[in-house]
Design a binder for this molecule. Structure first.
Ligand code: FEO
Length: 164
């Protein structure tokens, strides 16, 4: 049986992951409006990953005999995006925030001596290393090309090759 503190914290993380999906969806919408279909594709896959992350927490709570409580997704995350660089910088910052959330959950699972939760969270610890690396890599690419239309086009092509 899952303890109340872990259950509440995991429910909050479901919300964080779904808010991440919503954030990336708003970014995908911007890329479609700009005709940057490769970046839109990258964001679509990112959105799907975030929903999968939320579902891992959702399933874990149920497997442990807990109750999932879905909460309102904040709309504050959605801006009028202005450029690919701004978007990927925001993505990188957002992933750093999610890493901090996961680290807090690991800490709580140890305090609560919930070993199944600790083991479950290890996957997310590793995943966040990848999430930060992926977004920061795109920031570097975009910084390198600056305002060059050709450069942006090439980054768009590269991101369009992202696999699931
Ligand atoms: Fe679910 Fe991008 O972290």
């Amino acid at each position: 049986m899952i303890g109340k503190k872990i259950q509440d914290a995991f429910n909050k993380q479901i919300n964080e992951e779904l808010a991440s999906a919503y954030l990336y969806l708003s970014m995908e919408a911007y890329f479609h409006s700009e005709g940057l279909e490769g970046m839109a594709h990258w964001m679509r896959l990112q959105t799907q990953e975030e929903i999968a992350h939320a579902m891992k927490f959702f399933n874990f709570i149920h497997e442990r005999g807990g109750t999932v409580k879905l909460q309102t997704i904040s709309a504050d995350l959605h801006k009028n995006w202005k450029s690919p660089l701004e978007i990927f910088q925001a993505s990188y910052q957002h992933e750093q925030h999610i890493t901090a959330c996961i680290n807090d959950l690991v800490k709580l699972s140890k305090e609560e001596e919930d070993y199944p939760a600790s083991v479950f969270l290890q996957w997310f610890v590793t995943e966040q290393v990848e999430e930060e690396a992926n977004t920061s890599q795109v920031v570097q690419m975009l910084e390198r090309v600056g305002d060059s239309g050709n450069g942006i086009y090439m980054v768009d092509q590269a991101l369009g090759r992202r696999g699931a």
